[in-house]
Ligand binder design. Structure first.
Ligand code: RB5
Length: 147
């Protein structure tokens, strides 16, 4: 599985840890930056990771900012993208099972490296259940077509 990863200055430390962790686990990681801890506007990084999903360059994405919220808001404005901010195990699992979320958003200032890496593992290891949940995803896609 290819995973695109990106962050702003609020998520830099956790993003670096995620890249190393996923590579050690054998995943191909597309690091969309930032590559040094400098101030950056999170929407530009969210778009890079979202585009990697839209283009089929990566199957999953992970975005990290201070809270995870700005990244998720930006990514969810992109067509076909389902991004979720998560800070607990249950949500990390069920946003994959029920929402087929492609992009996990984490708050580097919220979860820290220890919990952050555990949430990443749950996210990449859990498959979408499909079935009745697909109807709901189709309804969300329809909302997107209305605007
Ligand atoms: C940057 O200071 C901070 O606003 C950003 O990382 C993020 O938390 C926004 O949602």
């Amino acid at each position: 599985m290819k995973i695109a990863v990106g962050c702003d200055h609020g998520g830099f430390e956790l993003k670096e840890a995620i890249v190393e962790h996923l590579q050690k686990r054998g995943f191909e990681v597309l690091d969309k930056g930032i590559h040094e801890c400098k101030s950056v506007n999170y929407p530009e990084i969210a778009v890079k990771v979202g585009k990697a999903i839209q283009d089929g360059e990566a199957e999953r994405g992970i975005l990290v900012c201070g809270t995870g919220i700005g990244m998720s808001m930006a990514a969810n404005k992109m067509k076909g993208i389902r991004a979720a901010v998560v800070s607990d195990y249950f949500s990390a699992k069920f946003t994959r099972l029920h929402n087929d979320t492609q992009i996990l958003c984490l708050g580097g200032r919220v979860v820290g490296v220890g919990l952050g890496l555990e949430l990443v593992d749950i996210f990449v290891d859990t498959e979408y259940e499909g079935g009745r949940h697909q109807t709901r995803l189709d309804m969300m896609a329809e909302i997107e077509n209305q605007r």
